[in-house]
Write a protein that binds this ligand. Structure first.
Ligand code: PLP
Length: 411
């Protein structure tokens, strides 16, 4: 039996969860542009321009700043599988779900993975991390900057100097936090960084910008010569082990993005158009302004949530600007609230995972949706739904408190 379906026509939604969020209309237009050949000078120029744009996004001079085709974890996996050999030690401070993801991927690379743990809703001090580095002596410290699972932002400022002291590579997954919070790859001494588009960059998931320091590139290039060994197994020597992925083999991907343009994959052109436009939007607004906009709207959402008589989750001094965790009030069915928000009002807010499941909602103000009207619409809908579900709250207080933040009368 042959089936037929209508053309794609998604319902209108305001996505105010922890990601994905609504794409900026400019990004959607860029994505719909016509394709050109992989080595067309227009395409290779777009690739070079995208590298230059993301150097500004990451605040780096790193030559090797490019895109990995795939969702954010493609960026994570390319960094870890290219740098880590079986038996290498990695230290992962885990303060949320994505720390577990780094752990899991490093484990699959055959690395000896050591974790540091902290109660969810907290972050680590530099001293805690330095002490662990001193005893474990890892090859790499792999740390998430902002973990949407807990809304926490791990301060990275001091970790670069610590890692240099002990000759440790510093890698960060900044997918959730980039352009919504300060991130300075060079000043902070990062060796590798990977992100995605579907959080504050305001695009769809499917492209993972990364940047690599010269020090990091030297490490992965030591495994480059082994490529030849694939064809001639006897060629393998003891200097290093083969990178256990073709798709994520960074030395090969650098050859494709570099001047030689050696064929590897076929660049996902539509995603490249999209990643390029995401960066252009941020840089036209100004990186500082974009971060300030995320802070303003995040502060307004937080003040509004308190006005709705909701209790805040986690250490507020180390929270990301762009995601808020609030406890689901006693006696209120969290999923019924999310259902009504989605189906009656067309607004999505986030649930939680792991031991926070059923305990907190996560509300995002990111990218294109870090806007006053999106915040106020979400708060007024939430007030209505909460009231109908039996939660006691002072009428109008959510909007009033958010407005006070916008008017500079409160923080
Ligand atoms: C959202 C998020 C991701 C997303 O990974 P995908 O592969 O794009 O689903 C990765 N890391 C962090 C820290 C995130 O917050």
């Amino acid at each position: 039996m042959s089936e037929s379906f209508d053309q794609i026509n998604p319902p209108p939604r305001l996505l105010m969860g922890p990601g994905p969020i609504n794409a900026d209309p400019r990004v959607l237009r860029a994505m719909s542009a016509q394709l050109v050949g992989q080595y067309d000078p227009a395409m290779t120029s777009y690739m070079n321009e995208t590298m230059a744009l993301y150097r500004q996004i990451f605040e780096t001079q790193n030559q090797w700043t490019l895109l990995i085709d795939g969702t954010s974890r493609a960026g994570i996996e390319s960094v870890l599988v290219s740098a880590l050999e079986p038996g290498d030690k990695v230290l992962v401070p885990v303060f949320g779900r994505f720390g577990h993801l780094l752990t899991e991927i490093a484990h699959r690379c055959g690395a000896e993975v050591h974790t540091l743990d902290v109660e969810w809703g907290q972050v680590f001090t530099p001293d805690q991390i330095e002490d662990a580095i001193k005893t474990i002596r890892p090859k790499m410290l792999a740390v998430v900057q902002g973990d949407t699972a807990t809304t926490m932002l791990q301060p990275l400022e001091e970790l670069g100097a610590i890692c240099q002291r002990y000759d440790v590579l510093l890698y960060s997954d900044a997918t959730a936090s980039i352009v919504g919070n300060a991130f300075k790859a060079d000043e902070w001494g990062l060796d590798a960084v990977s992100v995605g588009l579907q959080k504050c960059l305001g695009g769809p998931s499917g492209s993972a910008p990364i940047t690599l320091s010269d020090r990091f590139v030297d490490v992965i290039n030591q495994r480059r010569h082994i490529e030849a060994g694939i064809r001639d197994a006897h060629h393998q020597d003891s200097q290093g082990q083969i990178i256990r992925s073709n798709y994520f083999d960074l030395p090969m991907i650098l050859d494709y993005w570099g001047e030689e343009r050696l064929n590897h994959h076929t660049e996902a052109s539509s995603m490249l158009y999209c990643a390029r436009e995401c960066a252009r939007i941020v840089l036209q607004e100004g990186l500082e302004n974009t971060i300030a906009r995320h802070k303003l709207n995040g502060d307004a959402m937080r003040a509004g949530a308190e006005g709705l008589n909701l209790k805040l989750f986690g250490d507020q001094a180390n929270k990301m600007n762009n995601v808020l965790g609030v406890y689901i009030p006693e006696g209120v069915d969290g999923e019924a609230v999310r259902q009504s928000m989605l189906l009656d009002f067309g607004i999505e807010i986030g649930t939680s995972f792991g031991h926070l499941k059923g305990k907190i909602w996560r509300i995002g103000t990111m990218g294109y949706n870090a806007r006053k009207d999106a915040v106020l619409t979400t708060l007024s809908a939430l007030e209505n739904v909460l009231r109908r579900m039996g939660h006691k709250l002072p009428q109008g207080e959510g909007i009033d408190r958010a407005m006070a933040v916008y008017n500079g009368e409160a923080s």
